[in-house]
Write a protein that binds this ligand. Structure first.
Ligand code: NDP
Ligand code: HSE
Length: 439
């Protein structure tokens, strides 16, 4: 066995991921140290309430009530930040780096919003910031894109990267369950963020897309440019219609490089049943990446939860153990591209993006309505792929119509929908969900 001294770890946060990290490090200590070339030992930990009973073996770990003490502890080589959010996480991470500690974090909000500043501090301090767990939990997709696909120009990527949203949409589709009940279950299982609106409003997926897009396309981290829609407006009605038409509704994160710029968007999307992504269910995540040399590749695995996320955190610790003492100039750039070589391609506004759409309208069941709707679509240059008209309930004069349209500019679609919504025979709501064949 190696005679190198153990890598001494201090963990900030003993919740779902902190607990999972300690359990995995203890259970697999032997296999981990054989890979790392040295032992990895948790020597200190901190939480909001260190007296709280936890179902964890904390023997040999010094518990600090004040996390600011842990980040400057001379007995700690690496700080693992598993608190979440940006306050106090940002301040603690920067203090740790300035005290010469390497940092591992699972905090996507922190990296998406403040990564550039944090990487600069790390460069100055010649320390490592590792963040594999920030995207897609247990799937080592950052490593795959940064290292495994380094030869490729990435054309596009599409992923289901929020486990909570996928858990909810899958249950709505397979188990006929209501939104609120399933969200509660996702929270109990430790999948949801401390504030679950980050999950269901698409913010968490946008944080992750910010990070993976920077690594794939060499653009700066720019969360504020991402178009974001969550899943609150997706109803069981639309999930059922989509199924009848051969689709599943998934919350997708999409990034695509075009000659004029980069598309960055997260929103519910109808995906054809025969696509692998349509069949990724529950808390599982998957990301499809299209490189010009490798072609399409697909990465699949648990996107949230204690041990899948701990798997990524511990892999980062193994990398730190291997890189410990390596000249900082020879280390992997955190966002794959050399800092001086970032692309200046703009992020495209949503209006200039072309996609196909699923539309659900409620119209008065009388002659000529369909002709009016199709006239507006035709005038906007919007080509119809399919129409499904339901029979109205007995005595109900309103009838739902589902229309699938071929890809068209978002701006043209919105203009046409505004006109359609203004027709006297059309009633609210007019539902619009984007579609993607992922071909
Ligand atoms: P939890 O809420 O389960 O745990 C957070 C921990 O941080 C708790 O131990 C809490 O202490 C401690 N804490 C909270 N606020 C403070 C504070 N102000 N000062 C010191 N300690 C504090 O979160 P998770 O483990 O779920 O998530 C941790 C990070 O991992 C987040 O960034 C999250 O986005 C990310 N992540 C989570 C995944 C998951 O599946 N849960 C998956 C991938 C990433 P106490 O226990 O005393 O309350
Ligand atoms: N809340 C996140 C999710 C955790 O549900 O995907 C994993 O990042």
């Amino acid at each position: 066995m190696s005679t190198l001294p153990a890598l001494r770890v201090g963990i900030l946060g003993l919740g779902t991921v902190g607990g999972g990290t300690i359990s995995v490090l203890r259970r697999n200590a032997d296999a981990i140290s054989r890979r790392a070339g040295r032992q990895i030992e948790v020597v200190a930990a901190s939480a909001r309430d260190i007296k709280k009973p936890r179902n964890l073996d904390l023997s040999g770990i010094t518990l600090c009530q004040n996390p600011a003490d842990l980040v400057k502890d001379p007995n700690v080589d690496v700080v693992v930040e598993l608190i979440g959010g940006t306050t106090p996480a940002k301040e603690l991470v920067i203090a740790a780096l300035q005290h010469g500690k390497h940092v591992v974090t699972a905090n996507k909000a922190l990296i998406a919003l403040h990564g550039s500043e944090i990487f600069e501090v790390a460069l100055e301090a010649q320390t490592i910031v590792a963040f594999e767990a920030t995207v897609a939990g247990g799937i080592p997709v950052i490593k795959a894109v940064r290292e495994g696909l380094a030869a490729n120009r990435i054309g596009w990527l599409a992923g289901i990267i929020n486990g909570t949203c996928n858990f909810i949409l899958s249950a709505m589709s397979d188990a006929d369950q209501e939104f609120e009940t399933v969200l509660k279950e996702a929270q109990e299982l430790g999948y949801a963020e401390a504030d679950p609106s980050f999950d269901i409003d698409g913010i968490d997926a946008a944080h992750k897309l910010t990070i993976i897009a920077a690594i794939a396309f060499g653009v700066p981290l720019q969360f504020e440019s991402i178009y974001i829609e969550g899943i609150r407006y997706v109803s069981r009605t639309d999930v059922d219609y989509a199924a009848r038409l051969g689709y599943r509704i998934k919350h997708l994160a999409m990034a695509r490089q075009t000659t004029s710029g980069i598309e960055l968007r997260v929103h519910p999307t109808l995906v054809p049943n025969n696509q692998l992504l349509a069949n990724v269910d529950g808390v599982m995540n998957a990301i499809m990446i299209n490189g010009d040399a490798a072609g399409p590749t697909l990465f699949y695995g648990a996107g949230a939860g204690a041990e899948p996320t701990a798997s990524a955190v511990v892999a980062d610790l193994v990398d730190v153990a291997r890189d410990f003492g390596v000249d900082s100039g020879s280390r992997m750039p955190p966002l794959a591209f050399q800092a001086s070589q970032q692309s200046e391609l703009p992020i495209l506004p949503m209006d200039s993006i072309e996609t196909a759409y699923y539309l659900r309208l409620h119209v008065l069941n009388q002659a000529g309505v369909m002709a009016d709707v199709t006239r507006v679509l035709g005038a906007g240059g919007i080509s119809i792929e399919a129409i499904l008209q339901q029979e109205s309930e007995p005595g109900d004069p309103i009838v739902p119509i589902i229309i699938l349209v071929h890809p068209v500019l978002e701006q043209a679609m919105n203009q046409a929908l505004e006109e359609i919504a203004g027709l006297s025979q059309v009633y609210e709501p007019v539902v619009k969900i984007r579609m993607d064949s992922l071909a």
